[in-house]
Write a protein that binds this ligand. Structure first.
Ligand code: HEC
Length: 146
């Protein structure tokens, strides 16, 4: 009987160990309540090919909602960014964001991140958000976007 109890408690302990280890690895919601990017989000491919029309539409919105921080030319030195002392990527150098996937950029455009609050998810159609990703990438290509 003693033995069985011992074995049982050993099994129970092992189970708890696994359970708490799993709990430790699940991403915790940060205090800010910011949405968390999943691997699926990051793996998304841009379904919208860049076209002059699509980029023009995105550029218009960019002028109202993004340029105060990321600046008209994408160098990250917009008035608000300077005021807030934000250290933003200079997108004119495409290597600044080449390690980020389109899915990651799209997620940030849609949900914001850190001091970039909210994002466009609630107010801008998905297609235009993908075009914003195209626009952001275009700053790093010579002769486009300036
Ligand atoms: C209040 C200033 C602010 C505004 C307005 C803003 N952003 Fe950002 N943006 C940031 C900051 C800060 C980051 C870096 C966030 C981080 O990594 O913590 C960022 C990051 C990004 C990124 C990820 C790539 C990178 O360089 O880190 C993209 C893409 C982006 N912004 C696009 C946009 C678009 C498109 C708009 C307009 C719809 C916009 N942002 C409006 C501040 C801003």
């Amino acid at each position: 009987m003693r033995r069985t109890l011992l074995v049982l408690s050993a099994i129970l302990l092992a189970c708890f160990g696994v359970a708490s280890a799993q709990q430790g690895s699940t991403p915790k919601k940060p205090d800010s309540g910011e949405p968390q990017m999943t691997p699926d989000d990051a793996a998304k491919k841009n379904p919208i090919a860049p076209t002059p029309e699509g980029l023009a539409e995105a550029r218009k919105l960019y002028g109202y909602h993004c340029a105060m921080c990321h600046n008209k030319n994408g160098d990250g030195k917009g008035d608000l960014a300077v005021e807030m002392k934000l250290d933003l990527h200079d997108w004119r150098d495409s290597s600044s964001i080449e390690k980020m996937t389109d899915g990651e950029l799209f997620f940030i455009v849609s949900n914001g991140k850190g001091k970039m609050l909210g994002g466009e998810g609630d107010r801008t159609p998905e297609k235009v958000r993908w075009n914003l990703v195209n626009l952001v990438r275009s700053f790093g290509k010579k002769g486009v976007g300036d």
